[in-house]
Design a protein around this ligand. Structure first.
Ligand SMILES: [Zn+2]
Length: 172
């Protein structure tokens, strides 16, 4: 048997630029080679309707091709900084072990906001991940600027994750 030396590559987290329709629907997303990104909760719900269960994306450092990080891609602890990395294979032939930087430092935040629809005020909620509250605000406004009537607040979600001891993973 041939021994294969597999390189370990650390992928930093980046916010990839999303192209959206006027209704805010995710049309496409521009990968940043050698990085990973999380999808917004609304995008994930949208994709789940098409039976596409995607939590985030990762882009090959060689060819920039994006691959899915499925919803089942947990626990973060196994893939965060300094943890045993998992294997990554790309169609371009790259095989490496990956560490997703900042994966387990990111907290779940929830933004509550209102949008005026005709004469009605519609309350909305959006869940997303961020490291700090500042980053959460930045991320929120990068996505929503024109359509928000009133931002009620953004805060960390407490008690959203439950630990399943048998499966050794986090359940949302
Ligand atoms: Zn590739």
């Amino acid at each position: 048997m041939k021994e294969q030396i597999v390189e370990t590559i650390t992928f930093p987290h980046e916010e990839w630029v999303a192209i959206r329709s006027r209704e805010g629907k995710l049309m496409s997303i521009k990968p940043i080679a050698g990085s990973w990104t999380l999808l917004a909760a609304e995008d994930r719900m949208q994709l789940a309707k098409k039976r596409c269960y995607v939590k985030g994306l990762i882009a090959c450092p060689n060819c920039q091709k994006a691959s899915f990080l499925p919803e089942t891609f947990d626990p973060p602890k196994e893939l965060g900084d300094g943890k045993p990395p998992c294997e990554y294979k790309c169609t371009c032939g790259l095989v490496c072990r990956i560490i997703l930087k900042d994966w387990d430092r990111r907290k779940l935040y929830c933004a509550c906001y209102e949008i005026i629809q005709g004469k009605n005020i519609e309350p909305h909620k959006q869940y997303f991940h961020a490291i700090t509250e500042d980053e959460a605000h930045h991320y929120f406004w990068a996505q929503h600027r024109p359509d928000i009537t009133h931002l009620v607040g953004i805060g960390p979600v407490i008690g959203f994750f439950a630990e399943d001891k048998d499966a050794k993973r986090l359940i949302v």
